[in-house]
Design a binder for this molecule. Structure first.
Ligand code: 5GP
Length: 196
């Protein structure tokens, strides 16, 4: 998505450790015009797939997921992060290792919001190692729901999480894929399918 690539180039900051800071338009302040276009683009990519629900993980994925959910006219459900994996009750729970915080947590979602007949589009702000999406896939599996696609606003292709998910058979469409980045340059993977 050209708009996303331009925004990353003009406002993104590459931090040591392979982290891209996008606080000015995605992670703390949100560029609502860009967000709206992201929602439109995600809906364009996945329209006709029979999506019944968009799913993400708190908190930074929620805005992008809501933008997509509004365009697809389906509900958005977000998994919550629990410090302990030892949570009981009427929930599905999956362990996730956080790349940015280097900690483990349990992603949990109420059984009321994920059903066997759901066709789910997984959305997040970033796709790096793929741990967060793998956690969401486990939650969908526990519910018997089908994962129809995966979409990250920004995929860090050099961390290989996205390509591992593609090899596993998932349709992964990221709005911008970074194949290389350092303080001097950011190299995007050419993409055929996005139009905006
Ligand atoms: P993964 O589980 O794929 O390794 O990482 C995805 C999660 O880590 C996302 O939910 C995102 O919040 C966070 N994340 C990973 N890499 C970055 C990054 O470079 N910048 C920011 N802002 N968040 C990241």
């Amino acid at each position: 998505m050209r708009l996303m690539e331009e925004k990353i180039l003009s406002e993104g900051k590459v931090l040591p450790g392979g982290v891209l800071k996008v606080g000015s338009f995605l992670n703390q302040q949100i560029d609502c015009r860009l967000l709206k276009e992201m929602g439109r683009e995600i809906a364009r990519l996945f329209s006709g797939c029979g999506i019944t629900k968009v799913m993400t993980i708190e908190s930074s994925g929620i805005a992008v997921a809501v933008a997509a959910g509004m365009e697809l006219a389906v509900p958005v459900v977000f998994a919550k992060k629990h410090r302990s994996s030892n949570v009981d009750g009427q929930i599905y729970s999956a362990p996730v290792h956080s790349f940015t915080h280097n900690t483990d947590y349990a992603a949990v979602v109420s059984r009321d919001y994920l059903r066997e007949d759901d066709v789910v589009l997984l959305v997040d702000d970033f796709l790096a190692t793929g741990n967060a999406f793998q956690g969401l896939i486990l939650l969908c599996g526990q519910a018997g729901a089908r994962v129809a696609g995966i979409c990250a606003a920004v995929e860090k292709g050099f961390q290989n999480g996205g390509d591992a998910l593609r090899r596993a058979g998932y349709r992964v469409e990221s709005l911008a894929v970074i194949d290389e980045m350092n303080e001097d340059k950011i190299v995007f993977r050419p993409q055929a399918s996005t139009v905006l």
